[in-house]
Design a protein around this ligand. Structure first.
Ligand code: BGC
Length: 746
């Protein structure tokens, strides 16, 4: 074989190798990215690290009356002269699918046809509980409600539907899921989380990512996920948004990193950074968290985007940088790949200077751009940058609505049902009152149609408020409604009392006004005084009272709990929330939600369920109004025969756990079987118990099922004194409902 022949063989094998790789294959993509980067100027590369808000390239911002308009000259400047990579969001309006198509077409036309290299733009939106910036989208319960379903399949479907509807607009990137743990109930973004438990949130977060992305994000119905806000954002000491968190390394590793680990294992393509600081270090400036932990330990290989203006904030707000330029250097060198700038070209200009001055090395730019372009290739944006009009017919279809209704129903958590007041019969005379009874915006809250979600007039008229859905069931002539109070003012409590006296039952709907991010900061977790006063006054009539809570955070209600007969926690149940609440009230659906958070009894006793032994004593207890994992049904379940297949195990053994659950009531129902493990003695003070498995099962009356779980070494592990995950021999207790069984790890 001569040299030419050998060369031919090498070339041919290489071609076979490449052609054997399907579209979207890693190897093909790596080759394409390398090729593209080798052709890029420094300016083009830095542009790829830049993300602007659509406002910055618009003439008119856009509200319902004032339709949004792109400013083509500004858009061309941004894309052609500054080579920007990404555009995000809308703020004050939702657009129709057709209008989205117009915008995305305009953007991609410029990016792919008028630039030297034709690199498509990656547009991102906050489709937090459905594709909320698209008119008519399927809007689910907020994540706290999705967690209350304890049904990972529903969360996966939410992800799938959100992906299809988001991609139907032409947008391929969703800034969700929120993976911070909801362990600080004052925090106004609690409703965006999957609750307080690390295992539940890890399972739900990973399912959502799988739903959004599937196995291949080049699929025209999938979008890239953005696991956020890495890390520790959800735990501000003050409870106010974007304020400092103090999280020791052990706690970070035990509670706040695992949700990100499981989302990364599920394939999350991008990560957004915590806007705030941990232990005095703004996360946008932390090489340790963004590179050593995220990349080297968790193995994340997608790209990292900053949060809104947060590179500038290192200088403006956090004061760890003396100049804006220093802030840019800090963030880029810490590991931020793309800056959500979002209004100007300052990031681009300063970073260009920094590289030209030799302060930021070009390899770091290449690294960031490689990661960004890789995701653009993986999404198939180079082949199909434009909206896929075929998806229009799937958008907000009846099938999606049904899944949404099921999610809202399964979220609703029955917290009290004395003397079996619920379900109500449909021939009762009903009085319904309170500021959350007749509003769609209160059931959806932030990230719905607009950022704050508070513009009631923009909500679809086809969706039902709780009042409308109750009227539908019981007949309008049997239902009287008076608001009684607003969230902070009395309207006419006397009239409400009078109307209640003339009814068989009163439904009191209270909770929270819509809010998002720091606008939702509060100084007191207590339910507002006007609402407590209304509830108290109605209770005093002696008419049976059902309390319906529509809220993103567990507002303290201890003064009114004892005297109401029934309590339904609806969370923020989304567009089908009214129908779902009515289905539960009248027994057309048997409630099966369980609290994914502790419902605190007192403002200053904010413990989570996995507290330490020393946190309780003869003086104080886990003073929950309702504990984590709690929720009633209209039927009854009995647990028996909790069995472990071994009394002693080695680290490499599996432990099989079995328990039997029987429906001993009269109607079909779903039950969430929850398995907790307690480590009795450990070198780091153990939690009293930790959720390790759960399974939601359906049981007909008299039906019994045996549920099997398998536990592994990891389920017994914890972060030890050296801050690494360890397992220690000793005694452990498995508990399911009120049954327990003990085993020993040798
Ligand atoms: C929020 C992010 C969001 C971003 C873009 C920020 O204010 O913290 O969660 O993705 O805005 O809208």
């Amino acid at each position: 074989m001569n040299f030419t022949q050998s060369l031919m063989i090498v070339v041919m094998s290489f071609m076979v190798l490449i052609s054997g790789c399907q579209k979207g294959d890693n190897l093909t993509i790596d080759i394409e990215v390398k090729k593209l980067i080798s052709q890029m100027t420094l300016e083009e590369k830095i542009g790829q690290m830049t993300q602007l808000t659509i406002d910055s390239v618009s003439k008119v911002k856009g509200t319902e009356s004032d339709l949004h308009q792109i400013d083509l000259a500004k858009l061309e400047e941004a894309i052609i002269e500054y080579h920007i990579s990404s555009i995000l969001n809308v703020y004050d309006a939702a657009y129709t699918l057709d209008y989205w198509h117009e915008i995305i077409n305009q953007i991609q036309d410029i990016a792919t046809k008028k630039t030297r290299l034709g690199i498509p733009i990656i547009y991102g939106i906050d489709a937090i509980h459905g594709a909320n910036y698209i008119v008519g989208a399927t809007i689910f319960p907020q994540s706290i409600g999705m967690a209350a379903t304890w049904n990972p399949e529903l969360v996966r479907k939410e992800g799938e539907i959100t992906a299809t509807e988001t991609r139907a607009s032409g947008v391929p990137w969703n800034f969700n899921p929120v993976l911070g743990l909801g362990r600080q109930p004052l925090w106004p973004r609690l409703f965006e989380t999957y609750g307080e438990d690390v295992y539940l949130a890890s399972v739900m977060g990973a399912e959502y990512v799988k739903g959004l992305q599937g196995n291949d994000i080049s699929n025209p119905e999938k979008v890239a996920a953005c696991a956020k806000h890495y890390v520790g954002y959800s735990f501000p000491l003050s409870g106010k948004d974007r304020t400092p968190a103090w999280i020791p390394e052990r706690m970070l590793r035990e509670l706040f990193l695992p949700t990100f680990k499981s989302a990364i294992e599920a394939g999350a393509a991008t990560v957004m950074v915590n806007s705030s600081e941990i232990n005095g270090i703004p996360v946008h400036s932390s090489y340790y968290l963004l590179t050593e932990v995220l990349r080297n330990e968790l193995g994340f290989d997608g790209f990292v985007v900053s949060d809104w203006n947060d590179i500038n904030n290192l200088y403006l707000r956090e004061k760890v940088a003396a100049t804006q330029k220093e802030a840019v250097k800090m963030a880029v060198m810490a590991g931020v790949d793309m800056s959500m700038v979002p209004y100007d070209f300052s990031f681009y200009e300063l970073l260009l200077e920094l590289v030209n001055e030799g302060v930021v090395p070009e390899w770091r730019i290449d690294e960031a751009v490689t990661r960004i372009l890789k995701v653009k290739f993986e999404l198939g944006l180079f082949e199909s940058p434009y909206p896929n009009v075929k998806l229009k017919k799937k958008f907000a279809c009846g099938k999606f609505r049904k899944v949404n209704l099921q999610a809202a129903r399964e979220a609703i958590t029955l917290l009290k049902n004395d003397s079996r007041l619920l379900p109500l019969s449909k021939d009762k005379k009903i009085f319904i009152t309170g500021p959350t009874a007749n509003s769609l915006s209160v059931m959806n809250s932030g990230w719905t149609i607009t950022w704050q979600g508070d513009q009631e007039d923009l909500y679809p008229k086809s969706k039902k408020t709780i009042l409308q859905a109750v009227e539908n069931k019981a007949g309008a002539k049997n239902v009287t409604y008076l608001p009684g109070v607003t969230f902070d003012k009395e309207i006419d409590i006397n009239a409400a009392v009078k109307a209640a006296r003339n009814s068989d039952v009163a439904i009191v709907c209270i909770g929270e006004n819509p809010y998002c991010e720091l606008i939702g900061n509060i100084d007191d977790l207590t339910m507002t005084q006007s609402q407590l006063k209304l509830a108290k006054a109605i209770e005093e009539t002696g008419v049976p009272v059902v309390l319906v809570l529509v809220e993103g955070r567990p507002r303290i209600i201890n003064g009114i709990v004892d005297d109401v007969d029934a309590i339904l926690m609806a969370y923020l149940p989304g567009m089908e929330g009214g129908s779902a609440v009515a289905d539960v009230l009248f027994g057309d659906f048997n409630p099966c939600g369980k609290l994914p958070i502790t419902y605190p009894g007192y403002t200053n006793s904010l413990m989570c369920y996995d507290y330490k032994n020393s946190e309780i004593s003869e003086i104080n207890d886990y003073d929950a109004q309702f504990p984590f994992g709690y929720g009633l049904s209209y039927t009854k379940f009995e647990y028996s025969d909790l069995k472990l297949d071994k009394a002693e195990i080695n680290e490499s053994d599996e432990l099989n756990v079995q328990v039997t659950v029987k429906n001993t009531g009269e109607i079909t129902g779903k039950e969430v079987v929850q398995l907790y493990v307690s480590d009795l003695v450990a070198s780091v003070t153990p939690s009293v118990k930790r959720l390790k498995r759960f399974s939601k099962i359906l049981l007909e009356p008299e039906e019994a099922k045996t549920v099997n779980f398998t536990l592994y070494k990891d389920d017994l592990s914890f972060i030890g004194r050296e801050n690494v995950r360890i397992v220690e021999p000793g005694e452990f207790v498995v508990s399911v409902a009120d049954l327990t069984a003990q085993f020993k790890l040798k």
